[in-house]
Design a protein around this ligand. Structure first.
Ligand code: NAD
Ligand code: TYD
Length: 355
């Protein structure tokens, strides 16, 4: 038995593959294009492990995907592959449409053809699990109830619009062709292997480097943060027991304004790696120009996955963020390696104009 994971060299995909193989002997085939966000170093510990196979390629490459499906006969396809950074989607939406919309559609077509050719048993057991985001629901006012699975789809950024489009495609491939799909819509993840262009790893990395800690706008935008390993356990649970055709919201019940997140990270660093001059990392905080169209608040109502599948996060924010800060302190070489020329160019492009 084998599963096919797409985008498994990225932040969540790599955590998922590592957790999967730590708990199961079922093999994993990882198809990843290795964009700037894909890092084979994330999975270095699996080198020589016969349960793990890596293929560099695009989910939109129908010939390659058909060949892989025919050869390895996975019992499930889990689609993590995506362009995932809101700020990058504002600077250049094209790649987001190409991978998240066109790529997902092509992947669905390839998987449909494979699934239709399976014998009755494997066909009935097959699943296509699509990993999506709470950002498809748009932005909440302070007193609005949290997003449920039936909330209106109101994406506001090129990223969230492209993910919403992919969710619609997945739904349509189930409704029209009967493909046995599952969709998860998860809140903001944090944890090990997070690429340092996203808020939490960026703050840790900049703080240690003595650089400014950029806060967009007033810093009072609210996100619902979930430790990445809890997202992975939710995906495993949905794959195992989720009802075909359903979507499941996944979240940590942990709403916090950005400025509070940054203060927490600074306080942990003050404790674990105090600055030589005795000052707090908070002195590096710098308010910068806001993100255009910045969503004010996300919040997830995860009662469906808890009620139907018995899933709950294992980490609180306090335990998860402490583990995360420790991980970055212990993996400085990983950080240095991902700070390539392309990374530095992005930082220049995104922050120069906000100064
Ligand atoms: P990431 O950007 O860290 O990783 C994406 C991975 O996909 C990379 O390894 C990249 O090389 C690969 N990829 C990109 N385009 C590809 C293509 N055309 N073909 C094959 N591989 C391709 O993203 P992430 O944070 O790990 O997110 C994974 C998934 O989870 C995404 O679908 C994202 O929308 C979703 N999600 C992310 C979060 C979050 O907080 N990061 C929250 C909810 C949902
Ligand atoms: P991010 O990690 O990019 O995730 P998303 O936009 O998908 O929620 O950003 C999280 C929040 O942090 C978001 O409200 C934007 C904000 N932010 C900053 O204030 N400064 C930064 O340098 C970055 C990257 C994000």
């Amino acid at each position: 038995m084998m599963i096919l994971v797409t985008g498994g060299a990225g932040f969540i995909g790599a955590n998922f593959v590592l957790d999967w193989l730590a708990q199961s002997d079922e093999a994993v085939l990882n198809l990843d294009k290795l964009t700037y966000a894909g890092n084979p170093e994330n999975l270095l510990s699996l080198q020589g492990d016969s349960r793990y196979l890596f293929v560099q390629g695009d989910i939109g490459d129908a010939a390659l995907v058909a060949q892989l499906l025919a050869r390895y006969q996975p019992r499930a396809v889990l689609n993590f592959a995506a362009e995932s950074h809101v700020d990058r989607s504002i600077h250049g939406p094209e790649d987001f449409i190409q991978t998240n919309v066109v790529g997902t559609m092509r992947l669905l077509q390839s998987v449909r053809a494979y699934w239709q050719g399976l014998a009755e048993g494997p066909r009935a057991a097959f699943r296509f699990l699509h990993v999506s985001t709470d950002e498809v629901y748009g932005s909440l006012s302070p007193d609005d109830p949290a997003f449920t699975e039936t909330h209106k789809i109101e994406p506001n950024s090129p990223y969230s619009a492209s993910k919403a489009a992919s969710d619609h495609l997945v739904r349509a491939w189930h409704h029209t062709y009967g493909l046995p799909v599952l969709t998860t819509n998860c809140s903001n993840n944090y944890g090990p292997l997070h690429f340092p262009e996203k808020l939490i790893p960026l703050i840790i990395v900049n703080a240690l480097a003595g650089k400014p800690l950029p806060i967009y706008g007033d810093g009072l935008q609210v996100r619902d943060w979930l430790y990445v390993k809890d997202h992975c356990s939710a995906i495993r649970r949905v794959l195992q027991s989720g009802r075909v055709g359903e979507t499941y919201n996944v979240g940590g019940c942990n709403e916090k304004p950005n400025i509070e997140i940054v203060h927490t990270v600074c306080t942990l660093l003050d404790e674990l790696r105090p600055k030589g001059d005795g000052s707090s990392y908070k002195t590096q905080i710098a308010y910068v120009q806001d993100r255009p169209g910045h969503d004010r608040r996300y919040a997830i109502d995860a009662s469906k996955i808890e009620r139907e599948l018995g899933w709950m996060p294992a980490e609180t924010f306090e335990t998860g963020i402490r583990k995360t800060v420790h991980w970055y302190l212990d993996h400085q070489a990983w950080v240095t390696n991902v700070q390539s020329g392309a990374y530095r160019e992005w930082v220049k492009a995104n922050y120069a104009e906000r100064a």
